[in-house]
Design a protein around this ligand. Structure first.
Ligand code: DGL
Length: 277
């Protein structure tokens, strides 16, 4: 049997760089698997795009990951999880290949968030797409009906990160503004979900403006623990995922534009390949 045939990496997808914050934690938790990252940087950000566009772009990228051998794909993007995951799971997968799986990042976060909050007032910072989809309040209600959810869309944050402006003074205004707007909705918020996988890159600035007693939940660890449980509960999927410990990165942009920034976010040198859509 050729190794090409048995190579079945876990696919990790995001609109751009943000999914690297998830992948970093997944690889730490589960280093034995092969991984293939795809960032659709050429078409990022997704956060302000319509439902239909996010769905089409995400489905196209998932199909590319399937074609490269992935049996399991993680949408490491809240916007894609909010706007495309359900359709892909229910409408597309049965036709493409019912044995493949696509998982998102919203569900694992909403399953645990109520355990972190004493006041049961939780804030969500996300893209416009994620916030207007109401996915967080709807999902949290299923697991923690007593939790009140307050949301704030931060449409400027992803462009600041994708354009490498997030460490500059200019970004302070946008970070402060959105945090103020969130906290204005309730003074009891004691837990804030960074409901966009890009936002951990702004963590230092977010911490400057969020009072210290507020717990900040970023999704990397939550999603990696969730994936580890999932693979234990689904030995048939676990058996399909190859375990060569390799990492591969694809971007729909030009690799020389992607690699430097991506390496910084991932904490390891990345040499990506271009994926032609
Ligand atoms: N990382 C994506 C998310 O979690 C960013 C969305 C975007 O491209 O705007 O929502």
């Amino acid at each position: 049997m050729s190794t090409e045939k048995t190579y079945s990496p876990i696919g990790v997808f995001d609109s751009g760089y943000g999914g690297l914050t998830i992948m970093k934690e997944i690889v730490k938790e589960l280093p034995q698997y092969d991984y293939l990252y795809l960032g659709d940087n050429a078409r990022a950000p997704y956060g302000t795009r319509s439902f239909e566009t996010v769905y089409q772009y995400t489905l196209e990228c998932v199909n590319h990951l399937f074609a490269k051998g992935c049996h399991l794909v993680i949408l490491a993007c809240n916007t894609a999880s909010a706007k495309a995951l359900r359709n892909i799971q229910q409408k597309d997968l049965p036709n493409i290949d019912p044995s493949r799986r696509v998982l998102g990042v919203i569900r694992p976060t909403t399953e645990v968030v109520g355990n972190f909050s004493k006041t049961k007032h939780v804030g969500v910072l996300g893209t416009t797409g994620t916030v207007t989809s109401n996915s967080y309040p709807i999902e949290i209600e299923k697991f923690f009906p007593e939790v009140k959810v307050f949301q704030e869309a931060c449409p400027m944050w992803v462009p600041l990160i994708e354009n490498n402006e997030f460490n500059n003074e200019g970004s302070n205004y946008f970070v402060e503004q959105h945090i103020k707007n969130l906290l204005h909705q309730s003074d009891k918020i004691d837990t804030v979900i960074l409901g966009c996988t890009h936002y951990p890159l702004l963590l230092n600035k977010i911490k400057q403006y969020l009072p210290q007693h507020i717990t900040i939940l970023s999704q990397g660890e939550i999603v990696s623990k969730g994936l580890s449980d999932y693979l234990k509960r689904h030995p048939e999927m676990d058996a399909k995922c190859s375990k060569g410990g390799s990492l591969k990165f694809f971007t729909t942009e030009m690799p020389h534009n992607f690699d430097e920034q991506a390496s910084r976010f991932f904490g390891k040198e990345i040499k990506s390949e271009h994926l032609q859509l």
